[in-house]
Design a protein around this ligand. Structure first.
Ligand code: MN
Length: 250
């Protein structure tokens, strides 16, 4: 039985008013490829449903998406702030905290690393181009492929990320974000930075797996198979946790 990996969703309102909960197939496919069973977590206001799902899943993938409401980290909106979804913030922050309390293996991608940091007390840059002097081209550029290698990251030796992605020197990654981790929340160590100093990965050393990356590995798994190792690490940690719980019940 493959471990259940919860994947958070976004939502959109169609022109005819129909609201849809959605997620890119690339996340689902990456989890399936790694041997996990993806479970899409809907944006329901019924918090009991969300906490019930959090208790059933074996691992959590906090997905990419729009901006986090800066009120969540005590800042006023910057003029370049994009649309926010308070319900999505609420659900994902609750899931990130629940995962911390229960040591649920967690992989957070793009918006996900930002949610993870904010959930545990950190802050964000609301707009890299206007707030980080000399920043590299982190935002998505129309016309670029989603696996376009926009800049490199330097992975910190000795971290969990370094064990998952063994590389010599800088690692080229894609980049589709205009926000980034600013003040790093207490439980995290920085496990990768871009050459301009922008934080590209954080992790909690004490947990089975709690890793956030600012790039989009799910868009790189075909052309850059090394990135499959991130999803394999999540599924493996989730499988181990489930086996341990099974023994406890037995
Ligand atoms: Mn970047």
């Amino acid at each position: 039985m493959p471990p259940l990996i919860g994947i958070t969703c976004g939502r959109e309102t169609r022109a005819d008013g129909v609201v849809r909960h959605l997620q890119n197939a690339a996340y689902v496919n990456s989890i399936v490829q790694a041997g996990g069973a993806p479970v899409l977590i809907p944006l329901s206001e019924a918090t009991g449903i969300i906490s019930a799902l959090a208790r059933r899943i074996d691992g959590l993938l906090l997905s990419g998406g729009g901006d986090v409401d800066p009120a969540r980290y005590g800042q006023k909106p910057h003029p370049q702030l994009g649309p926010v979804d308070p319900l999505r913030d609420e659900i994902e922050i609750a899931l990130a905290r629940a995962a911390g309390l229960r040591d649920l293996p967690t992989l957070a991608i793009c918006r996900g690393i930002q949610v993870l940091n904010v959930a545990l007390g950190g802050t964000l840059y609301q707009d890299i181009p206007s707030e980080v002097a000399g920043a590299l081209p982190h935002p998505y550029r129309p016309g670029n492929r989603r696996d376009y290698l926009a800049h490199t990251v330097q992975i910190s030796p000795g971290t969990r990320l370094a064990a998952i992605l063994p590389t010599e020197g800088p690692l080229p990654v894609n980049s589709m974000h205009h926000q980034a981790v600013r003040d790093v929340a207490a439980p995290f160590v920085v496990s990768a930075v871009a050459p301009d100093g922008v934080v590209e990965a954080i992790e909690v050393p004490a947990r089975a797996l709690c890793l956030g990356v600012q790039w989009h590995p799910e868009e790189m798994v075909e052309g850059h198979p090394l990135m499959r190792r991130l999803f394999a690490a999540l599924v493996q940690a989730a499988d181990q946790r489930r086996s341990r719980r099974g023994e406890d019940l037995g």
